[in-house]
Design a protein around this ligand. Structure first.
Ligand SMILES: CC(C)(COP(=O)(O)OP(=O)(O)OC[C@H]1O[C@@H](n2cnc3c(N)ncnc32)[C@H](O)[C@@H]1OP(=O)(O)O)[C@@H](O)C(=O)NCCC(=O)NCCS
Length: 162
């Protein structure tokens, strides 16, 4: 497994990470601009929910998480620099947000993934997620998304109903 550090996003990371983001499918088909990708990260800077993978002092990817979605958290975006994929780094980032979720007795983790992004879907299945639904024509006409969920138990088991 590649040795990385995971830390919170810093302002200096944004330009590099935005560039990695916009040159990556599926965002290439969404026509995401550098400005919009940078704004996405900038908007989350103070909320401390973007975690960055660092290898040899270089930022090489990130995972963004949102809280409070259907008795769970939600992975908003994950990207690893292309030349460093399939080396276990994405799985380490997912494990990191799993810890922040399941480790705090929040029983669900969700995300959506473009249905044609077969490599990412294989990655999520390998990490224990299950496809639980589909949203058609979501980002654009003809662009469909799967909804995926990983869970460690029911709402009642976690006594989340008052
Ligand atoms: C999806 C992504 C975050 C996974 O990160 P990663 O560091 O490559 O993932 P890992 O190395 O931990 O796991 C790789 C596994 O995921 C799948 N996988 C994901 N991307 C793959 C690729 N480019 N080539 C081969 N397998 C891939 C395979 O099942 C692989 O398992 P294997 O290596 O045992 O064959 C990364 O590939 C990426 O940035 N992709 C582009 C952005 C994207 O699609 N994000 C998700 C949008 S919903």
């Amino acid at each position: 497994m590649v040795d990385i550090k995971i830390r919170e996003l810093q302002k200096e990371d944004i330009d590099t990470l935005a560039e990695i983001n916009i040159t990556t499918f599926p965002w290439t088909s969404f026509k995401l601009t550098h400005k919009a990708a940078a704004k996405f990260l900038q908007d989350r800077l103070d909320k401390q929910m973007v975690y960055v993978a660092v290898k040899d002092d270089q930022v090489i990817g990130f995972i963004a998480m949102k809280r409070d979605f259907l008795f769970g958290n939600y992975i908003r975006r994950i990207v690893i620099r292309e030349d460093l994929r399939s080396k276990g780094i994405g799985s380490q980032l997912v494990k990191y947000v799993e810890e922040l979720t399941f480790g705090n007795n929040i029983p669900n983790l969700y995300l959506i993934c473009t249905t044609t992004n077969t490599k990412a879907i294989a990655f999520y299945i390998k990490n224990g997620f299950k496809i639980i639904g589909e949203i058609t024509n979501f980002v654009d006409e003809g662009l469909d998304e799967y909804i995926l969920r990983k869970t460690i138990g029911t709402i009642n088991e976690f006594k989340l109903y008052d």
